[in-house]
Design a protein around this ligand. Sequence first.
Ligand code: DLL
Length: 432
Amino acid sequence: MIWNETKECMSREEMTKLQSKRLVKLVDYVYHNVPFYRKKMQALGIIPADIKGIEDITKLPFTTKDDLRDNYPFGLFARPHSEIVRIHASSGTTGKATVVGYTRYDLEVWAECVARCMTMAGIGRDDIVQVAYGYGLFTGGLGAHSGAEKIGAMVVPMSTGNSKKLTDMMVDFGATAIACTPSYLLHISEVLENGGMLDKIKLKSAICGAEPWTEKMRQEIEGKLNITAHDIYGLSEIMGPGVACDCEYHEGLHVCEDHFYPEIVDSKTLEPVAEGELGELVFTTLTKEGIPLIRYRTKDLTSITRDKCKCGRTSARISRFKGRSDDMLIIRGVNVFPSQVEAALIDVEEVTPHYMMIVDRVNNLDQLEIQVEVDSKYYTDEIKGIEKLNKKIEHVIQQALGIKAKIKIVEPMSLKRSEGKAVHVIDKRKLV
Ligand code: DLL
C-alpha cells in the first residue's frame, strides 16, 4: 500500500458500526483475560453480554493511571509474556512508572497509525525523516521511527542529545522532515540560526508533540524554518505517538478512532459533555491485545467534533490541547495554564517564547515570577528600555492570566533548553 496516497474516508455510520463490533469483542476479551476488569465489571453487576454496541460504553468503568501503578509492572496485561514483544514505560515524576506491553499485532497497528499521521503531515516515501524524539522506554523515538519506516521514508534515528550533530546532518543529508517535541524544534531553529545554516536546510515538514504547545507557537516555528508544522498526539498507556494528528488545515487533530475510541467527560462528574465543549479526554483501545484499556482517563483537556474536515477525512477531531488537568496551577484562586503564558509571550516581539514560571507562597500569599528571555536582537549589556519592556510584559501577562506576575527579563540563551518534554514550572509551594 502506498501510504501517502490514502485517506481514511469511512462514513460516520460505518465507523460507528465498526467501533460497536470492536467494543463488544474487546469487553469479552478483557473479561476473560484481565482479572482486574472482570472484578471491576462484576462489582458493577455487568457481564459482557450487556455491552451490545458503542452506545453502551458509558456502562463500563473508567481506568486511571493509578490502576496501572497498582498493577505494576504487568498486572493489566491480557497476553502471556511469550506474546509480548516490546515494553515501553512512562517515567512519571511521582510514583512508579507505568509499563505497557505490545504484541506483534499491536506494533503493526502502532506503525500504521503513525504512518497515517505522517501522511497527514505530507510526509511520504521520498522524504528523509530525522527522528529526534528520545529512543528508549519513551514511546516517541521508536514510535515515530516505525511509522516513518512504514511509509517508506528514509529514517535517520537521531534520538536526542546532540543538537549540533543533528543540524549538521540535517544539512548534509538534506533532511526534509523532522519528528521531535516543539520546544526542541524551537531550540534547533536557534542552533541553525546561530550557525548561519537556516538557508542551507531542505526541511519542509515537522511532526511535533509529546507536550502542549499553542497555535501561535506552531506558526512561529513554521515562520522561522519555512516549513509546515503538525501537531501529533499520543500517550504511552494508549499506544504512544500516533493516536491523533492534524492535517494541512490545522483545525483539530484527527483521531485514529477505529483503534482508539474517544470520549470527552466532565472531569468532576465524569458525565459526557456535549460536542465542542471542553472536558477530559478518555480513550478505549478497541483493538489492543497486549494491554487493552477501557475508558482510560488521560487528564488531557480538549473538545471533540465529528464534522467532516475540509481535507475530506471523516474521522473525529479533537481540538489543540489546553494542557493537562494536573498541569493547571491555582494561583491566588485563579486557574492558570502554562500554555497561556506561551501564547501571550509570542506576541511580544522583544522576547523569545522561552520562559519559566516560578510559583511560591510568601506570607500566605501566592507569588508568580515569570522569567522571560530577551531576544538577542534586542540585547545590549543593559537592555535598553528594560523597565518599559518589563511593564509591557506585565500588562500582557495580566491580560492573559487575569493575575499580576513579577517579570524577570533574562539574557538570551540563559534558560535551560529541553530536548524532550519542556519544563516550564517550578512550584515551590509543593516543595515545602
Ligand atoms: O508523549 C507520546 C508522544 C510522543 C506523543 C511523541 C507525541 C509525540 P507520554 O510520555 O506517555 O507519551 O506522555 C503523554 O503527553 O497525556 C499529554 O499530556 C502529552 N502530550 C502528548 N502529545 C501531546 C500534544 C507521549 N500533541 C502525555 N499536545 C499526554 C499536548 C501532548 N500534549
